[in-house]
Design a protein around this ligand. Structure first.
Ligand SMILES: [Zn+2]
Length: 335
């Protein structure tokens, strides 16, 4: 009984942080929302898209819906209703910071973007602030600040969108007073947020060059502008602690973003392989060619330096455990 009361309180109290400037935590747009109690993620099936919550204690993944007797199969289900807002859709999982869910809704035709908040149980969803009308490329919440990069669209004199401008604009919004400030940055450079170290936000700056190629630099993003930290770095993964990782001919390199020091970290496989992605929980996805056209996919826990053996699809490393997904997209601990 006592436990039930506690859980209810954890899920229902809270989300007061949005109105104070003391919330702490980091969340990157596009990644699953991680709380101490579990993981917020999106599951898409035949009846549409639903917000799910993987409960760490119970090792159970359920729709984020508290409607009594809900079958979670129609649009009135709370978990389904959370994936739309007016004419806008939620295409990225809820971000979790300071006991609060932040949900970013977009309309891909009008390019209107709205940030909503909700309590941890998905209830009390409210419009929190309007965001600039353009294509949101990357965003990160770091404590009270929301950093955003937009791809600015060309518009005619009536405001109708006439094409992709590839003119990037970067903003920092204060979540406590909802003010949005554009920061000084090069419009030909897109910023992809990597994470934060000691309250400083790091991003990979990707600039298109005249010959059609790209260059990537490591930058910090601050209210007074974007500052170069290292020029011509390889394509970096999201930050895990203060380290970024990348593949250098089969050797995973570890790169300390604060000092620029590089070290050889781990060679996970002797075969020829390619790193496809490294997530900020250390889940690394690799592929090996088989014959001319096919390839096999492998997974590793980068922080443990271990290959992950499983017949299901690993989705996250959470609390020291590998979580895998069944075919229906639900998470559970690796069997
Ligand atoms: Zn439901």
């Amino acid at each position: 009984m006592r436990k039930e009361i506690l859980i209810t309180c954890v899920l229902l109290c809270g989300c007061t942080a949005a109105s104070s400037s003391h919330q702490t935590g980091t969340a990157i747009l596009g990644y699953n929302g991680i709380s101490e109690a579990g993981i917020y993620h999106l599951v898409t099936n035949d009846s549409g898209s639903l917000v799910y919550f993987y409960d760490r204690e119970a090792d159970m993944d359920v729709p984020l819906c508290n409607r009594p007797n809900c079958e979670h199969n129609d649009p009135s289900c709370n978990a389904a209703a959370l994936t739309t807002y007016d004419d806008k859709r939620l295409s990225t999982p809820p971000m979790y910071v300071g006991n609060c869910l932040y949900l970013c809704y977009e309309n891909t035709s009008t390019l209107e973007n709205v940030l909503c908040t909700a309590k941890q149980d998905g209830s009390d969803r409210k419009e929190y602030m309007k965001l600039p009308n353009d294509i949101l490329v990357s965003a990160i919440i770091e404590d009270d600040l929301l950093y955003m990069t937009f791809n600015g669209m060309e518009r005619d004199e009536n405001g109708m969108i006439t094409g992709t401008g590839n003119e990037y604009k970067n903003y920092i919004a204060s979540l406590s007073d909802k003010k949005i400030n554009e920061i000084k940055s090069d419009p030909t450079t897109a910023l992809y947020y990597l994470g934060s170290v000691e309250d400083t936000v790091y991003a990979q700056a990707v600039s298109a060059l005249v010959d059609g190629s790209y260059r990537t630099d490591l930058v910090t993003v601050e209210e007074d502008g974007v500052k170069n930290k290292a020029e011509g770095v390889p394509s970096l993964s999201h930050l895990i602690g203060k380290y970024a990782y990348w593949d250098n001919d089969g050797m995973i390199m570890q790169y300390d973003v604060t000092t620029g020091e590089q070290t050889e970290y781990w060679r996970p496989m002797e075969d020829t392989y390619k790193v496809r992605s490294i997530a900020n929980d250390g889940l690394m996805t690799m592929s090996c060619p088989i014959g001319e056209e096919d390839h096999a996919v492998y997974y590793a826990d980068l922080l443990k330096k271990e290959m992950i053996e499983t017949t299901e699809r690993p989705v996250a490393v959470y609390d020291g455990e590998v979580l895998t997904a069944q075919e229906d997209g639900k998470l559970h601990k690796r069997k």
